[in-house]
Design a protein around this ligand. Structure first.
Ligand code: NCD
Length: 297
């Protein structure tokens, strides 16, 4: 039976661990289990990583892809995202991968379409495939368990769908989450499993891993946008500030990175401390696992 991936909060601990196992199996083999299937890629917002890795994942499983973006499509003529999704659905795609700036759009598309829908980033709300690939990266780093680990997420939490996915997925796996940033970029609804910190040193204290986030300027206006140099001085993660976390704690970032703002370029490129490129590789195999499960169940 096919299944949609709409919300991180729908994922149980077993779902997450099973998807991680499935993804690991694709590290050394590719099975053409989606040959003769067609995956629709609807990217109504900019994307490099998520789009290319879903597309590569589909090709590696033997599927073919049809892509529609906001530019060069009838979206530019005023067509709605829902109507656009229905074009591909009516033509018989086997799965729809959707990135949108509109909260609620993947669920609205799933409601109207026959094909399973995979949320590839939804406004400020959710980014399940990123949360899952982050979980896989951390599980592999910590020998298969996050039980009792503390993960600090630093930066623009308020506008981050990546943070929101991780705020569900990491505690589901037994981790404690500390959300760190200036008051204007912290969420008003952190939930019971996540603590809030304005002070970076305090937020990093006791952290076993540190996840940094870009300031998502495209998602808000006005005074909340900090001056970049001042922001790095107060909240930037570099070799010095990373040492405030537990000894040897690695750094993660969903990318794109604004080097020198939320994360120093030196640290991003330091293979001994940075898991950024492991996250990238895990993105491909996690999306293979999600597509397999979306189409075949
Ligand atoms: C993130 C996103 O689009 O939410 N990027 C990604 O998918 N890897 C994070 C961001 O844009 O900062």
């Amino acid at each position: 039976m096919s299944r949609s991936f709409l919300r991180s909060a729908d994922l149980s601990r077993d779902d997450i661990l099973n998807l991680c196992d499935k993804a690991r199996n694709y590290r050394d083999q590719t099975l053409k289990i989606l040959s003769h299937k067609i995956v629709g890629l609807l990217f109504f917002e900019n994307s490099s990583r998520t789009r290319s890795s879903f597309e590569m994942a589909a090709y590696r499983l033997g599927a073919q892809c049809v892509y529609i973006g906001a530019e060069g499509s009838s979206i530019a003529k005023g067509e709605t995202e829902l109507d656009t999704a229905r074009i591909l659905d009516c033509n018989g795609v086997d799965a729809l991968v959707v990135r949108t700036g509109t909260n609620g759009m993947p669920a609205a598309i799933a409601e109207l379409c026959r094909a399973p829908v995979l949320n590839a980033g939804e406004g400020t709300l959710d980014h399940p495939s990123q949360g899952l690939l982050d979980a896989l990266t951390l599980l592999d780093h910590f020998d298969g368990s996050l039980e009792g680990k503390t993960i600090a997420i630093v930066g623009d939490i308020a506008h981050s769908r990546v943070a929101r996915s991780n705020m569900h997925i990491l505690p589901t796996l037994g981790a404690r989450v500390k959300l760190v940033g200036p008051q204007s970029l912290l969420p008003s609804d952190p939930g019971d499993a996540c603590a809030l910190h304005n002070d970076l040193r305090e937020g990093l204290s006791g952290a076993d891993a540190v996840m940094t986030l870009r300031i998502q300027k495209e998602r808000f206006e006005g005074d909340a946008i900090p001056d970049e140099a001042a922001y790095h001085a107060q909240y930037g993660i570099n070799h010095t500030t990373l040492d405030w976390a537990n000894h040897g704690a690695p750094v993660l970032h969903p990318m794109p990175v604004n080097r020198g703002v939320e994360l120093s370029g030196d640290l991003a490129d330091d293979a001994a401390r940075s898991l950024l490129w492991q996250q990238m590789q895990n993105g491909l195999i996690m999306r293979m696992a999600m597509l397999e499960e979306a189409v075949h169940g």
